[in-house]
Design a protein around this ligand. Sequence first.
Ligand SMILES: [Zn+2]
Length: 231
Amino acid sequence: MKITRWLLLFFIINLCQNCVRGNVSEEDTEMKVGKNKVGKEELSYEERIEILKESIEELVKVANRDTRFHGQLPNAPRKYRNGFHEGIDFYDGFCGVKIEEGTPVLSIADGKVIRVDKQYVEISIEKRDELLAEAYNCGYTPDSTLDILRGMQVWIDHRNGIVTRYCHLSKINPGLKGEVKKGEIIGFVGGSGTKSKTPHLHFEIRIGEDFLGKGKSTDENLKLLEEIFNK
Ligand SMILES: [Zn+2]
């Protein structure tokens, strides 16, 4: 399905950047392009849009010049999770905004909240390892396990078969329900559902039954992200 530029208007996460935790070491400071614009709630909508655009530009630049970044893109290989990553990971250190525990996460577009994990309970590390081992051994990751791995989540339905998912949150905006506006704070960055607890946003764009970027090569996904976010 062709994704048009209007998605850019939607993509408003007040953070971003990206990074490559797990794939890039702490010593790779030369790759760090963050400008330390901490995403505060008092930023205006226009400022958030600008930050987002800068962040995505940096993300694509980093990914284009260092293949270690590619692990954070959609369709990147994963040992578990049916073999591929379904979203984009935004970590601190490689984009235009500082990302830390509690950085606000905003809805990228108007839409309807269809899932909000206000009663979220973190799974134990032991149980998590057990589920992962199960998935690894059988070569298939059940949806219930995938769901646990995403931690505390918010899902927003933007209609036309497009749903966005915001995962690994540390907290959800207590008043969140029903219809939301683009730019509305829906939650805060965290590390729920992850083993390391390194704060980051796992962000998915779902198109129908699939995730954006499914089946595409790294180059194709980079081009797609460029088209969506950099134009
Ligand atoms: Zn992820």
